[in-house]
Ligand binder design. Sequence first.
Ligand code: N01
Length: 542
Amino acid sequence: MTGTDVTLDADVVVVGAGMSGLYALKVLRERGLRVVVLEKGAGVGGTWYWNRYPGARCDIPSMEYSFGFDPELEQEWVWTEHFASQPEIERYLNHLADRYDLRRDIRLGCGVTAATFDETTDTWVFDTETGDRLRARFAVMATGGLSAPNRPEWPGIDTFEGSIVQTSLWPAEGVELEGRRIGIVGTGSSGIQAIPELAKVAEHLTVFQRTAAFSWPSRNQPLTDEQQAAIKAQYRVLREQQYASFSGTAGTTGAVIFAFPTDDRRILDSTPEEREAALAEHGFSACRIWADTAKDLEANEMAVELFREMVRRTVKDPDVADSLLPRGYPLGCKRPVLDAGYFETFNRDNVTLVDLRKDPIEEVTPSGVRTAHRFVELDVLVLATGFDAMTGALTRIDVRGRGGRLLRDDWAGGPQTYLGIGTVGYPNLFICVGPGSPGVLATYPPQIELQVGWIADFVQYLVDHGFTRAEADAGAQDAWTEHVNQVAEGTMFTAASCNSWYNGANIEGKPRVFMPYVGGLPAYMERCNDVAAHGYEGFTLS
Ligand code: N01
């Protein structure tokens, strides 16, 4: 059997039916290709299917966190808030699946356990949890950047007799929370969104915090008909602004979120009166208006002090406030968080903060959590403990390339990609919004339209030209990886004190490598388009 006479179940298997997978199916099918999507979940939506914890919502304005490929769709769809909630986004993605007749090619409850490249036929063989086995020419990995949950392994965790739930695996049937003693571990975006909602229903909520976070009030509001109509009247212009913007977001359509530097005011040159005036005018955002905080650690620390001051002014108990002050890492190192009354929640009588830096978790027992200094009885333990980001979803699958090599082993020292899309040793496998692409740093729908659209063009090119194999070159991959590292150098993302999921520091044993491309979406797509214009240089086609 050769590359051309093998029997295929599909031309392309797409792994994952989140935003990338749905869009990949649509555009690959439009190119006349037979596509099958294999999805682990019982529904479509990816992130927006799994993360249904109380308070889950997007922190990108809904009018921009949506696809622009179909002007009719964007005119018809009605968003109800500036920042859409999880149920609304899940409905939107289900609507997409119906509107574009995608479901007939999606197999739900069909998680991929292994993908193996067959060198004799230049095809991929996919094994699934259901025992199904499929063969396709191309693998499009739409597995998501934040989809491999991180579950801590405290002693006794499996003995807990109450409900233990992970925010990113929240059961569709819900969790009994009303009047319960709830504990939550983790104060990243997920925890910070869940905490105010859990506090409203819990008999008592105990927040176990390891690292105090930066979070800003989202000022979310309903989106009025007038606001929506005004945006829709100029939607094409807005989309073009998004595609051309650094982070895929025009940022003109949401509630007022952040202040940004608008001039060259330096905090290092500011007077105490000027900083006080900034606090009075901008509140929590006062730390963000200065031009010198992005690369200068001393300036950054002064800005962080403004943030801390706002926490002290908001949280009534000085000891609790002190524990909530971010320390030891710079502003801008981690993904900013938007909240709805997060710091105010610690003024409630039914909320307790446990500062794990002073009082670490020692074990979980059948009835609660024991720390060094106390025992907290719980009915429900919520884990908002994050993800093995950017690589975890891929390395948890047994992906075997040429010569039986395993992706997990090849990436043991950190991910290596060409354009974030291809990786040496794994021909015909293309990664959506992967490490080495803007990925988690740019708004997904516009980024996906551009990047997954590029992948679809590439696949079409290969088919049209009769190529059965495309693999990234080692030289091109090394040069790209070096470029990705070089662009991130000197930013707060790579500061020595920055421990984040962007660089793998949140997962024990994970190599510390900064993973996304911080050069911005336009520079990234320019490079991808240039590669395409030169016959996909950097890939060997045969
Ligand atoms: O995860 P995180 P997340 N013991 O990794 C703590 C996107 N998102 O799910 O910082 C005790 O940020 C950990 O502590 P530390 C968004 O891109 C978006 O909240 O490692 N604590 C941290 O506090 C976001 O950045 C939206 O010391 C432990 C927390 O758990 C990304 O997803 C909403 C621990 C994990 O925070 C990830 O956010 C939600 C342990 N063993 C998510 N292990 C919106 O659009 C971990 N922690 C708004």
